[in-house]
Design a protein around this ligand. Sequence first.
Ligand code: GDP
Length: 442
Amino acid sequence: MAFESLSEKLNAAFKKLRGKGRLHEADVKEAMREVRLALLEADVSYKVVKDFINTISARAVGADVLESLSPAQMVIKIVNEELVRLMGSTNAKLQISSKPPTVVMLVGLQGAGKTTNGAKLAALMRKTQGKRPLLVACDIYRPAAIKQLETVGAQLDIPVFQMGTANPVDIAKAAIAHANKHGNDMVFLDTAGRLHIDEALMEELKNIKAAVDPAEILLVVDAMTGQDAVNAATAFNDALGIDGIMLTKLDGDARGGAALSVRAITGKPVKFAGTGEKLDQIEVFHPDRMASRILGMGDVLTLIEKAEQNFDEKKAREMAEKLSKNRFTLTDYYEQLTQLKSMGSLSDIAGMLPGVDAKALAGASVDEKAIGKTEAIILSMTRQERENPTVLNSSRKKRIAAGSGTQVVDINRLLKQFETMQALTKQMSKGKMPAMLGGGKM
Ligand code: GDP
């Protein structure tokens, strides 16, 4: 999985902030020292790390900790926001020409994943934007390169244009003419790579660029090479000028250094990510989702935002009372479930809280359909049953199943979820209460 070693180290740093009542400068300093080390070990550029830590420290010390967030959560929130910013804030889209065909020139070192990911991208554009792509073999130096492009093209049912070992500039021009004639509105030029950046390669790429004026020069770099990927990006950008970056092999990148530095160092956005060898393993690069993954916590920010928008503080406090006194009943559970409808699953929400093992809560996850069933079941119970589910023997369960149009297994499942939830609340009442279950407004 991507980023796991970085995630682990960052989480270890945050763990130490748990249980702290307020954010004191010394605590933040200590945590930041560890975050800094984690980033350096992840092969994030030194300068990027330095700026990043300075920004976060300044924000964290003396930050107005939201009432419902623990200091650890507050620091994670800030780190998350800064990671997103570091990676470019929003997804940058591929440039599309006003007059077709849109020419995308794929450049990069040999082995970075140009050929495979260029083809994946062509397929993605066809699927998501209804484009009619053409793949073009401009790598005339490795005979295997043309064959490889033809193979992936055939697998994806995308036409491939090739002229053997003709001059790459001529091939590119002929390919565009071919595209015009055959109605291909996107042309992907698979250019030659080298093991190292050299003059001859750059010269050739510049000539192609001058001849076809591509809408997008997309640099393909191997995320697993960390700072080398960033150096390659800098060199290509200086020599050729690039418009965007495709990070490949993210699936094998435990450290994340390239993903985190390349935008800050080159000023050019990462637009796509390759996430495996299969031809559909490509993703549009979203800085916010990457940050969440790095922090190993799903889509936290979205959840926090949703919580901010959806929660009734007074009700939440009442619920907190009940939870802390263990007077939380199925009626309350029902109320929570209806609120959850707009929030996502319980395990997702629990997963965003430091110290709660989301995996252990898989049984407590709630989807919308299940909520509908649960509503029906709880509404078919008597008041006494809702307040005290232990009275539910098998004949009562049968009655409720009949009344709610469900099965006894559904009722048992609900009771199990409720128990899991109670266990969770016990666990949390020892530490910090998650706001959505009653810790106040997030
Ligand atoms: P090129 O020389 O730049 O054209 O690179 P290729 O497209 O031939 O890719 C080099 C190798 O990397 C091939 O074995 C690909 O299957 C592999 N590869 C490309 N992208 C990914 C990716 O996102 N994840 C993984 N695991 N392997 C990839």
